[in-house]
Design a protein around this ligand. Structure first.
Ligand SMILES: C[S@@+](CC[C@H](N)C(=O)[O-])C[C@H]1O[C@@H](n2cnc3c(N)ncnc32)[C@H](O)[C@@H]1O
Length: 226
């Protein structure tokens, strides 16, 4: 398994930041919106990992409390400008932070969302461990991404294209099986949903849930209308 170099990735996003909304925004819109719609139905306190330029802010409910982190100072600067418009009062905090080392205490959020991020971090399992740590028991992790095919002719084509994608800071191959293995090893995470999104089935929406429900009674899972 080839890994992504974190420094190269942040350098790449320093270059992407000025043009990201125009070039990448529309391409990722359907997946981004599907993930936000699921996240906002699952809880109030939401951490968005790899928040980028904050394109998803408008997709949350006004009574959500959104925290966004991103490893790229340039992407966070764009998100901060968007926040300064005053149009997104549900966004409480934006910080430059590496998803491998979140500074939040355990059990801080109802939902962790990562849109088009998990396949490009240096150590996806470590990022999922951190997401699990800051998630309240019973809470959810929502991912949206393209996951590479594991077999068949498409798998070979995707791996070839993936080598070129690496220059953009993307991982050449990342099958969904890697997420399933992490869930199995963790032992307290269940795959609730794995859904290919219309129109082409290129992106997959994933809902993982922490199954170790808190017995202390301090926190009750909240469900919101989508
Ligand atoms: C493809 S962009 C997606 C941005 C946003 N989620 C969206 O859908 O528009 C990937 C983002 O993940 C961020 N990222 C990559 N590795 C990260 C890490 N280890 N910690 C935090 N953010 C990271 C990048 O800086 C970039 O902003």
């Amino acid at each position: 398994m080839t890994d992504i170099d974190h420094t190269a990735m942040t350098r790449a996003y320093a270059k992407w930041a000025p043009v990201y909304d125009a070039l990448c925004g529309p391409f990722f819109r359907s997946g981004r919106q599907a993930a936000a719609a699921l996240a906002r139905s699952l809880g109030r306190d939401i951490l968005e990992i790899g928040v980028g330029t904050g394109l998803s802010f408008a997709d949350y409910r006004s009574d959500n409390r959104i925290t966004g982190i991103d490893a790229s100072p340039e992407m966070i600067a764009k998100a901060t400008s968007r926040l300064r418009t005053g149009n997104h009062p549900q966004v409480e905090d934006l910080e430059v932070m590496d998803a491998h080392e979140l500074s939040f205490p355990e059990a801080s959020f109802d939902v962790i969302v990562a849109q088009f991020v998990i396949t490009l971090v240096q150590n996806p399992e470590r990022v999922l461990d951190e997401a699990f740590r800051v998630l309240r028991p019973g809470g959810s992790i929502v991912l949206v991404n393209h996951f590479y095919s594991e077999a068949g002719p498409l798998a070979a084509v995707e791996r070839g294209a993936g080598q070129a994608a690496r220059r953009l800071g993307l991982r050449p191959d990342f099958p969904f099986a890697r997420i399933e293995t992490w869930c199995r090893l963790n032992g307290a995470v269940q795959v609730v949903k794995r859904e290919k999104l219309a129109p082409f089935g290129w992106f997959t929406l994933v809902h993982l849930r922490r199954t170790d429900i808190d017995t202390g009674g301090a926190w009750t899972a909240r469900t919101y209308p989508a």
